[in-house]
Design a protein around this ligand. Structure first.
Ligand SMILES: [Fe+2]
Ligand SMILES: [Fe+2]
Length: 214
């Protein structure tokens, strides 16, 4: 359903809050089918299952952070086209979020207990980045997506050989993240100056280390 009515700041605040609660505590539904749906479930031993669950929890947190970053950036975006661009990417990230949650359940595991914290921190970072202007906003998307693409590659290497279902999900996510970065580049992203990319990499390394366990 679309509305031509301009959203008021209160509308936007309520939408943002609803989205945050859905992401952290709810189970957002995917629009697209889960890429692992047709792939046979192969029994993993305990160590393999634990490792796969740790990696998929990291990926799930990554998607929680993506939702929060994009919503934080969209909340302060000056240009309606940039805002639409951010919210459109966030919709695809919602598919990723749902697929990772499905896989965590199949692996008898759970999302990170710290998701409220990851969400709040990422929303704040997104809003700060967004306040620098729309070129920065898009530059931030490019850098985030490229870093996520690189860590998905690491996970594809590290997943147990038998875990074809996690791998199928990550392959589609990787292709989507690459497209998000390309789209943001085409929409006029500026290249982020040092030390921003390395600070982002350090923050995501910390997140990955903690989320693998918690
Ligand atoms: Fe994603
Ligand atoms: Fe993405």
């Amino acid at each position: 359903m679309t509305s031509t009515r301009e959203l008021t700041p209160l509308d936007r605040f309520l939408t943002d809050t609803q989205r945050a609660l859905d992401t952290v505590f709810g189970a957002p539904a995917a629009v697209r089918a889960n890429p692992s749906a047709d792939i046979a479930q192969i029994e993993l031993d305990d160590n393999e299952r634990r490792h796969a669950a740790g990696l998929m929890r990291v990926n799930h947190v990554g998607e929680v952070c993506a939702q929060a970053l994009y919503c934080g950036q969209a909340a302060v975006a000056r240009d309606a086209a940039t805002r639409a661009h951010l919210l459109e990417a966030a919709q695809e990230e919602a598919d990723h979020l749902a697929w990772c949650a499905d896989r965590l359940r199949e692996l008898d595991s759970r999302p990170s207990l710290l998701n409220p914290l990851w969400y709040a921190g990422s929303f704040a970072i997104g809003a700060v980045a967004g306040l620098r202007g729309d070129g920065w906003n898009l530059g931030f998307v490019v850098e985030t997506e490229r870093q996520v693409e690189a860590h998905i590659d690491e996970h594809l290497e590290s997943l147990p050989a038998a875990d074809a279902r996690s791998r199928a999900i990550l392959e589609v996510m990787k292709a989507d993240e690459a497209r998000h970065a390309d789209n943001a580049e085409a929409a006029g992203a500026r290249v982020l100056p040092p030390p921003v990319p390395s600070l982002m990499a350090a923050a995501s390394k910390l997140m990955k280390t903690v989320a693998y366990r918690l």
